[in-house]
Design a protein around this ligand. Sequence first.
Ligand code: SF4
Ligand code: ZN
Length: 346
Amino acid sequence: MVGANDRHLKVLTMRDERAPPDRTSPVSMWKEDDVLDGRRVKAQVIILRTKGCWWAHKGGCTMCGYNNESILDIGQSDMMRQLEKASARYQGEPMVKVYTSGSFLDENELPADVRDSFFERFSAAERILFESRPEFITKESLQKVPRDKCMTALGLETSNDELLVKAIRKGFRYEDYQRAAGELKSAGIPVRTYLLLKPPLLTEVQGIADAVRSINMSAEYSESISINPINVQSGTRVEELWRRGDYRPPWLWSLVEVIRQGKASTSVRIMSAPSGAGTPRGVHNCPKCDRKVLDAIERFTFSQDLKDLDGLECSCMDRWRGQLEWQGPMRTSVDVARHIGEDAES
Ligand code: SF4
Ligand SMILES: [Zn+2]
């Protein structure tokens, strides 16, 4: 569901070239590193194919294209087969992360038997992270998960209700996140909060300020906070804005700034593994420094040491600073640099 920016990009950009989706196979699976109780560990990531997020079927969030991978009439037996394939790939990684392009605890999306079978198959994992919209987090639903090993990802995106309603169209408000996070805390289940960097309609400065404020407001509920700069997914409202030059994904310099300010004001673990980074659709600076900055952010994600972000310089920083300065007085969030050809190389 969530902040959801950071998972399916490869899948989405390749969609048109592929055969019709195999309903008995997960959308995607891979291994990556994550952090468990302060340790860097291997994680198996599984994206299950379901009927999709109920909210997406009502129009969904402005940046979300995940339902492109869903199959409305997918059956329970198809999903059970997906679990078989996923567990065949499992090699005892300490962490398993499961995403459904919706809510793991929505029984209309993921039947109870499939959920229970999932937990059985991955019972050897130390930690299982699943994601859910807040409305499915209840005392009752949390009785149905192995609370000692679960972690829940909540896609808050921003703590600003006006942005949640008007810019993101999230379908819930900050107080709904607070309630769900409170339930999870009472159940002893840690929360990973996903925040969106630079929702549509915001200037670069506003995007930074919004993310920092959201870090501060969600820190008390969170074991970790993942910052997800928008990437422009196919078929979304954000893509419409981007195509006509009315939206530029955030600069990597802005992500670095958010991490610096967020880390300076809270002790919560802050992480970011942006997808689509270094491309026009994702968070980017310029081709000369994108890789270097991304590597530094990755090092910081595991070390939590702001020194890992020191010494990053590039000539494109002046263009970024310029954008921070003139977007406000111009009272616009459109990608002016692109309209005048200044951003041509990025
Ligand atoms: S909640 Fe929004 S971002 Fe998450 S899957 Fe549903 S429509 Fe997409
Ligand atoms: Zn640069």
